[in-house]
Design a protein around this ligand. Structure first.
Ligand SMILES: [Zn+2]
Length: 585
């Protein structure tokens, strides 16, 4: 593992810029504060210190470096976070990170291609006379200029030879273009998108990785979506996610829509936390991705029967991933885009205000399609509710739901349980346990000192001359001492390098907390000198005690033993050291 890369990245990036993508930060003295992205809160207890490039939350006690932040918030492992941040810092990773493996090179080249295509489509929509028809259509659909720009909507020209000609001037080879996902299997003479309004799909980094193209003609498929390519795996991406991430974190929930026009409608109405799958039904992978950002969802699907079925599935999928859903109910043929166009923003906000919880929604639907006066109908309802009930992560919630079902059907709760047990499959246990919660523990004077040294690193050279690892008994202090010593020998200076060597989540959070609370910043050299003295004295007193104890044992056997003489001289030496400490020499 190359050490320099990590340092280099850490030195080039400011934690304020990194965190700002996810959290709205306000300056507060030397720190910045905001609402914690890792737990629900109304008053900010999340804090970042640019001076040390650390974050810490006083509410949930999560804290650490930019790497820890990205690993936590993007649900990445360390190599992924390193890559992610290296790109942002413009730092090249060496071969160990396979940054220039053929796969990686190819993906980068395809991304570059999509970026170029997206910019050109956008330019054509904004500027070319031939795109007038598209501009008119977007106006007719009620889209503002700002939202068209925000979602980088474009226009693929009618001329079917345009795209190939354009890309050839950029020097792309035929075999590469054939694999790019921009052309039909039939060959480069057949672009997938021509005469279509282009909606680029972007990944979490905001890079264009696919398109959805809408035709304005009356024939052919209304929408065409990019096929899967080395950079686009449709199950794992959501339309609008990069635009929505911040708002999802702020509002504490996401809105799942059916298609991109709905997403755009919400955003235009100022509701910026809407996303949608593209070219696929809502998937496990997408639910897992959304869970990184929030555990609450509002499902916003069409009011027709297909929409209702999709809601049922999405509710269960979400429950399996620990996401609780509410349902935004639309009239029969309405969807968010129509509602915004025909009745305005207020109507859309109204729907969002009157969401109903997923259990009530699913139960009502099950009852509506069954004749619950008949025994068969009652059984039918139970069967229809089964998947939902099995998906619930909480037994208490499940009990509550079963009681309500029994009451609605006018049957005994015990019978509902019996029926369910008969048909029961094992529910998926996807409730992630949050075992990262840090115990608030008392800090020993040793730990206090070592944290102070982490904060004021220039003091370490002096401290290591005074205190040896054997002077420390606090296990956590010993760990930090070792990390500091390793950094010292490798001439690594940042806090990040110590935390990296520690590789201990609890200590990382603790150090981040102490750094953020600034209790170590005032008079730090005094603090350190006093602590060193205290620890050294404690350590010497302990050694003295030990010697005195040994001396007692020795004297009981033989007098004038060599051992005894050694012990006595050591005791004298220790007494002198203690006296020196007392006098401050
Ligand atoms: Zn927190």
């Amino acid at each position: 593992m190359s050490r320099n890369v990590r340092d280099e990245i850490n030195n080039k990036l400011s934690i304020v810029d990194i965190v700002d993508k996810y959290v709205t930060l306000k300056r507060a003295g030397t720190r910045y504060t905001g609402l914690c992205p890792f737990h629900n809160e109304k008053t900010p207890s999340f804090s970042v210190t640019p001076e040390n490039n650390l974050f810490y939350c006083f509410g949930c006690h999560k804290g650490g470096t930019i790497f820890d932040f990205i690993m936590e918030i993007e649900n990445m492992d360390f190599p992924e976070a390193l890559k992610f941040l290296a790109e942002k810092a413009g730092v090249e990773l060496d071969n160990n990170y396979s940054s220039d493996s053929p796969d990686r090179k190819k993906r980068d080249a395809i991304k570059e291609l999509y970026k170029r295509a997206a910019v050109s489509f956008e330019y054509i929509l904004q500027n070319k006379p031939e795109a007038e028809v598209a501009r008119d259509y977007l106006v007719k659909r009620g889209l503002t200029e700002e939202i068209v720009k925000e979602f980088r909507i474009g226009w693929a020209p009618d001329d079917r030879s345009w795209l190939l000609k354009f890309l050839k001037t950029k020097g792309y080879s035929d075999p590469f273009l054939a694999e790019s996902g921009l052309f039909s299997q039939r060959g480069l003479g057949y672009p997938l998108f021509s005469g279509r309004i282009m909606f680029p799909l972007r990944n979490a980094n905001g890079e264009v990785i696919a398109f959805s193209g809408r035709t304005l003609k009356d024939f052919g498929p209304k929408y065409i979506n990019s096929p899967e390519t080395p950079i686009f795996y449709k199950k794992r991406n959501l339309y609008g996610l990069s635009n929505a991430v911040k708002a999802v974190r702020q509002s504490g929930y996401f809105i799942l829509c059916e298609g991109q026009m709905d997403v755009i409608a919400y955003h235009q109405a100022g509701v910026k936390n809407a996303v949608a799958p593209l070219g696929t039904a809502y998937t496990q992978e997408q639910a897992a991705i959304l869970k990184r950002y929030s555990d609450k969802a509002v499902l916003s699907f069409d009011g027709d029967s297909a929409g209702r079925k999709a809601i049922n599935k999405a509710v269960i999928l979400n429950e399996n991933h620990g996401i609780k859903s509410k349902v935004a109910v639309f009239e029969d043929k309405d969807d968010p885009a129509d509602l915004l166009l025909n009745k305005g923003e207020k109507a859309l906000h109204k729907v969002l205000k009157s969401t109903i919880n997923s259990f009530d929604y699913i139960l009502e639907n099950a009852i509506n399609v069954s004749n619950i006066r008949s025994p068969d109908g009652k059984e039918d309802v139970i069967r229809k509710m089964e998947d939902y009930l099995n998906s619930l992560g909480s037994e208490v919630r499940r009990d509550g739901c079963i009681n309500e079902i029994a009451a609605r059907l006018g049957v005994d709760t015990a019978s509902v349980y019996k029926d369910l047990r008969r048909g029961r499959r094992k529910p998926e246990n996807n409730q992630p346990a949050d075992n990262r919660r840090v115990k608030k523990s008392k800090i020993s004077s040793e730990l206090f000192l070592l944290i102070a040294v982490v904060v004021s690193r220039e003091e370490y050279a002096w401290v290591r001359g005074k205190i040896d690892i054997d002077d420390l008994c606090d296990e956590r202090a010993r760990k930090i001492y070792i990390a500091l010593e390793e950094c010292y020998r490798n001439e690594e200076t940042g806090i990040d390098s110590v935390l990296n060597r520690l590789a201990d989540e609890e200590l990382t959070s603790l150090i981040a907390e102490k750094v953020t609370s600034e209790e170590y910043s005032i008079n730090s050299d005094e603090l350190i000198k006093d602590s060193v003295k205290k620890i050294k004295k404690n350590s010497l007193l302990k050694k003295r005690e030990e010697i005195v104890r040994k001396l007692k044992n020795v004297s009981s056997i033989t007098e004038g033993d060599v051992n005894e003489i050694e012990l006595l001289s050591e005791k004298i030496f220790i007494d002198q050291e203690i006296e020196k400490l007392r006098l401050g020499i």
